[in-house]
Design a protein around this ligand. Structure first.
Ligand code: ZN
Length: 138
């Protein structure tokens, strides 16, 4: 098994209403809708649309104090984060911290699809909220 970063797993897009935006992404654009899921910890509802090996992840806040709600308030709808798939997230976080990268999450948390995820601070990435994620085999 190679250690490293495998692919762009998904691109997270903040939206006010998933149902509304599904009309464009699924019906008009023709992407395959893979279902919705609520991530209680992050106070968002997510919907995944398949693009080859990657996905678009629509994010709709479920509470006004969700980070995505604050994002929508200050910047409006748009690209919220880019997620890279890694195959050992604990090790990757460790490496990044040792290299002086500023992490938002120094320990993985659980995101949509039961994946382990961690966010890297935009100060370290050129202004992009970058997520790393690892599929958990259960
Ligand atoms: Zn994500």
């Amino acid at each position: 098994m190679t250690m490293g970063t495998e692919k762009i797993d998904h691109i997270g897009i903040a939206v006010k209403s998933i149902d509304e935006k599904l009309v464009f992404y699924s019906e008009l654009l023709g992407l395959k809708y893979e279902g919705s899921e609520e991530v209680a910890e992050q106070k968002v509802k997510t919907a995944f649309l398949k693009v080859g090996e990657s996905n678009l992840e629509l994010l709709e806040p479920t509470s006004p104090d969700s980070a995505v709600a604050k994002y929508l308030e200050s910047r409006g709808e748009g690209i919220h984060h880019i997620a890279l798939a890694v195959n050992n997230i604990e090790q990757k976080i460790e490496e990044l911290i040792q290299k002086g990268v500023r992490m938002i999450d120094e320990k993985p948390r659980i995101g949509a699809h039961n994946k382990k995820i961690a966010f890297i601070h935009p100060k370290s990435t050129g202004g992009i909220l970058l997520e790393i994620c690892e599929e958990q085999l259960i």
